[in-house]
Design a protein around this ligand. Structure first.
Ligand code: ADP
Ligand code: MG
Length: 591
């Protein structure tokens, strides 16, 4: 029974597994690694998945579904063969093909799959991904963020040094930026920023508009084109649009190895053509680069970091093969990005490494992966006077390191209120109604004047994306809810909660750091004047580092304080020694 890692992409999907001390790609019976995430229907024959379906995007656009991952978690439906499909069902068809290819390749049953998802996927999108896996006959308890997988692949190649990385994952439909810190045996995602609608597809779309203008085809079919106009192809017939789109993608990809690419389309006896080159493509991509720059600022701000602090920028995703993208990034950052082999295979290889970790393979057992919560989780609370509805009180903020836990006290808002409804939400909006409602807990409270009765709310969000919310009233009564698609028994729940509490002991309260703090306090008490001031500064630095919420800073602060204390103590020894020596010397007879 094997464990595999799957990159379930918007454009392409692929799988990897752990063998002979490294992650390796899985290919189908024809030796292809990439499976286009496309599903098609053929009258009288049934369903096609992969490249055969992709070919039919041009000839049968109405019976073919692509890029459905963009709509994962939404109510969008695709019609094919007289039936409708959700993005989840279409993803299941892709996953099923991947599973079958892997079983054929490995000659054994697939026990479990680690599936990667964009960092910005919300709970619904994640749970739909898990459901799709189940439909496909895969056990998939663990989803990892695509950039986390990329960082893992980087570490396998570049070693275990302490580093700050920025993962730039530019695929067909999405761009994800992640600020990652690697230290000891941990990979920690500090911040993520992403755009679910920024990818190679958009480049193709803009290139298509450029081609229509440049070749005269747009004019010939009566399309008005001003500027770059996305969606300019709306008035083309679906078949013609698919042809132009394909032409655009091919020309774009050709620029990886050649200086220019001719785009040529024959319609009837007329030929429409244009020549694409790097300069032109750079111009075409400019609107996307502007949005990319925004995302960089966003992720750096969230990580409380600067470009100069990034040790390496890692390029991931098929669109990262574009020279114009590399050029833009080099200009933006003032240094060359790192390319880990074929950029569109990196995420799958990282997932393959994770599959190895999951199987507790000797060579990589110690490598941990810390993730962040990509969105804010909170509860609805009564707004201030004039507020048009309840407002969100964040409990676990986006980009918190997982597992994360927080407990807070809330009071009643009405006199002699009998119960409190704790409504749980996910999202970043001020008013709860604009966020995603996840669930509700109702708990009785003693009837008292407003503000006098209280409850405590505890949120715990773990690395598997399970949210546990507990509400405790002042009478000791307790209600809890587990928001995940795994069913856990009461016993498991209790154990789980205990584990969470242990993990979440803040650094400053951990025994080894408490010891350092006590030693610092002792030094402070024993010292006076300038020395005392200096020690106070040291205590400030230590506690600041401890409370930074960054594992690397916590580690640095602890190391610094420990080294400093040792020095202080050894200096004292030296001082005493000198004194003692002096006394001895004074008594020693001269030789
Ligand atoms: P996803 O993660 O969205 O499934 P991939 O990482 O497989 O996507 O990237 C797919 C995108 O990469 C497509 O838009 C494709 O056009 C683009 N792409 C693939 N190869 C190249 C290339 N050589 N040059 C430029 N773009 C490429
Ligand atoms: Mg991808």
């Amino acid at each position: 029974m094997a464990v595999i890692g799957i990159d379930l992409g918007t454009t392409n999907s692929l799988a990897a597994y752990w063998k002979d001390g490294k992650a390796q790609l899985i290919s189908d019976e024809n030796g292809n690694v990439l499976l286009p995430s496309v599903v098609g229907y053929v009258e009288g024959e049934g369903y096609l998945v992969g490249s055969q379906a992709k070919e039919r995007l041009i000839t049968h656009p109405n019976d073919t579904a692509a890029s459905f991952k963009r709509f994962m978690g939404t109510a969008k439906e695709y019609e094919m063969g007289g039936r409708t499909y959700t993005p989840m069902e279409l993803s299941a068809m892709v996953l099923e093909r991947i599973r079958r290819n892997a079983e054929y390749f490995l000659k054994e049953e697939i026990e479990e799959a680690i599936i990667t998802v964009p960092a910005y996927f919300n709970d619904k999108q994640r749970s739909d991904t898990k459901k799709a896996a189940r439909i496909a006959g895969l056990k998939a308890e663990r989803l990892i963020n695509e950039p986390s997988a990329a960082a893992l692949a980087y570490r396998m190649q570049y070693g275990q040094e302490d580093k700050s990385l920025l993962v730039f994952d530019f695929g067909g439909g999405t761009l994800d930026l992640s600020y990652v810190e690697c230290f000891d045996n941990v990979i920690e995602i500090i911040a993520v920023a992403g755009d679910n609608h920024l990818g190679g597809d958009d480049i193709d779309c803009l290139t298509e508009a450029w081609f229509l203008r440049e070749s005269g085809l747009g004019e010939a079919v009566g399309i008005k084109l001003s500027g770059g106009g996305a969606g300019a192809g709306q008035q083309l017939s679906p078949e013609l649009e698919a042809r132009v789109r394909k032409l655009s993608e091919e020309a774009k990809c050709a620029l990886e190895s050649q200086a220019e690419a001719e785009m040529k389309l024959e319609i009837g006896n007329k030929v429409y053509s244009a020549v694409l080159n790097e300069e032109i493509l750079f111009e075409i991509c400019m609107p996307l680069f502007i949005r990319m720059k925004e995302l960089f600022l966003h992720v750096l701000e969230d990580a409380d970091s600067r470009v100069s602090e990034i040790d390496d920028l890692i390029m991931v995703g098929g669109s990262s093969r574009l020279k114009v993208v590399r050029r833009f990034l080099t200009e933006l950052l003032g240094k060359e990005p790192v390319v880990l082999g074929e950029t569109d295979k990196v995420v799958a290889l990282g997932a393959g490494v994770y599959a190895g970790i999951r199987q507790r393979k000797e060579e990589i057992r110690d490598m941990l992966l810390t993730d962040v919560c990509p969105f804010t989780l909170g509860i609805g609370v009564a707004g201030r006077v004039n507020a048009a509805g309840n407002i969100l009180c964040p409990m676990i903020e986006r980009n918190s390191t997982l597992p994360a836990s927080r407990r807070d006290r809330f009071v009643t808002t009405h006199d002699y209120q009998k119960a409190i409804d704790v409504k749980i939400y996910q999202g970043e909006e001020y008013y709860v109604d604009n966020n995603v409602f996840l669930g509700k807990l109702t708990i009785d409270v003693p009837q008292k004047p407003a503000g006098m009765a209280w409850i405590e709310v505890q949120f715990t969000y773990d690395i598997n994306g399970i949210l546990h919310v507990a509400v405790i009233s002042e009478t000791g009564e307790r209600r809890q809810i587990l928001l995940s698609n795994q069913a856990l028994s009461e016993e498991e729940l209790a154990r789980y909660e205990k584990e969470m509490e242990k993990v979440m002991l803040p650094p400053i309260q951990q025994p080894e750091n408490q010891e350092i703090l006590q030693r610092l306090f002792a030094c402070y008490e024993n010292a006076t004047g300038e020395k005392r001031e200096y020690i106070a500064g040291m205590i400030g630095r230590f506690t600041y580092g401890m409370n930074s919420g960054r594992k690397r800073q916590v580690k640095d602060a602890a190391a610094e304080a420990a080294a400093w204390l040792e020095m202080l103590e050894s200096q004292r020894d030296m001082w005493e020694e000198m004194l003692f020596d002096g006394e001895l010397k004074a008594e020693k007879p001269e030789l």
